[in-house]
Design a protein around this ligand. Structure first.
Ligand code: SAM
Length: 300
């Protein structure tokens, strides 16, 4: 089954909206019924991983996940090199013994929150004591950057085209919403997931548009490499950074922020208004005049 999906303009909090070919939209909280998404550009996202219940834990939850993702529910690890393992309160991706989790309430995330890169991200997006912009994160991924921005007080919409990632993001938001840490609960309240190709979305003009496109990994910490390898696997290594940029530039937003590896070239032909550089990444910030009738004019 191949369903083409367009993302609706009005995301539902902590749910997905999927517009099917007929143009009818479905709001499906916590799950969606698709095997493969054909994006607007005609790019097929790889089929979902097989789903496996954690031994002795909730098989019903695993079944529900398999149904939601139109994925195969398997009984053993053998035979599937990529799995979504689903337990009573947890779920993770697994390949060859390597586990990758999406979690906003982990020790790793708490440590990461203290990092200088978060401050740079906030500044790039334009967060100030009295200004918390709405953010449209067009490359949701594992939701790390989105969560940092939500914790800084921004309302964040995460658009992710790989269904299993969108599913895990929603699970992580649900888990964070009952965290014992108040700031984690508050941030979860500010996050909404939209599944589908961002290039089919219309971003509200009052949002900051954030892009963190796939980029070939070089020297990175083992944990980061593990996640990057999983992302490559889930996306089939498909890099649509140039298309994302062309789409982003056509949106009626005043500010676009692009995350790049420190020494990577600027994405697209336009010159950033300014850049903020950290140890390994750079945020290119494009600030434009509000010109609803003439989208895409740079303020230079
Ligand atoms: C480098 S990761 C983003 C990581 C994210 N910033 C984080 O903090 O976890 C890029 C993500 O963008 C997604 N992506 C790429 N092109 C997309 C598109 N056209 N629409 C929606 N998602 C897209 C990929 O599936 C991948 O998950």
């Amino acid at each position: 089954m191949l369903i083409s999906a367009d993302v609706a303009l009005n995301p539902v909090r902590n749910g997905f909206i999927v517009c099917l070919e007929s143009g009818s939209s479905q709001s499906i909280t916590g799950h969606y019924a698709m095997q493969t998404i054909m994006t607007g550009a005609g790019v097929a996202v790889p089929a979902p991983p097989a789903v496996l219940a954690v031994s002795g834990e909730s098989p019903a939850r695993a079944r529900a996940a398999a149904t939601a993702l139109s994925a195969h529910l398997c009984k053993h690890k053998a035979g599937s090199d990529l799995l979504l393992v689903v337990g009573e309160t947890d779920a993770w991706l697994e390949t060859n013994g390597t586990e990758v989790r999406v979690s906003f309430d982990s020790a790793t995330m708490r440590h990461r929150r203290k990092g200088g890169q978060n401050e740079l991200l906030g500044r790039a997006v334009g967060v100030k004591a009295d200004r918390k912009p709405r953010v449209w994160d067009a490359t949701g991924g594992m939701g790390r950057d989105a969560f940092v921005l939500a914790e800084l007080g921004c309302e964040v919409t995460l658009n992710e085209r790989v269904p299993v990632l969108a599913w895990l993001l929603n699970e992580a938001i649900a888990a964070a919403s009952v965290s014992t840490h108040e700031p984690v609960r508050a941030a979860a309240e500010c996050m909404t997931v939209v599944v589908g190709d961002s290039c089919q979305s219309a971003v509200p003009s009052d949002s900051v548009l954030y892009l963190d496109p796939m980029f070939p990994e070089r020297k990175k910490a083992a944990a980061v490499k593990k996640e990057a390898a999983m992302l490559q696997r889930l996306t089939g290594g498909y890099d649509d950074a140039e298309q994302l940029w062309a789409w982003a530039w056509a949106q009626p937003v005043e500010r676009i922020v692009v995350k790049r590896p420190l020494r990577a070239p600027v994405l697209g032909a336009q010159r950033p208004s300014h850049s903020l550089s950290g140890k390994s990444v750079r945020f290119d910030v494009f600030v434009r005049k509000k010109q609803p009738d003439s989208i895409g004019q740079a303020e230079v």
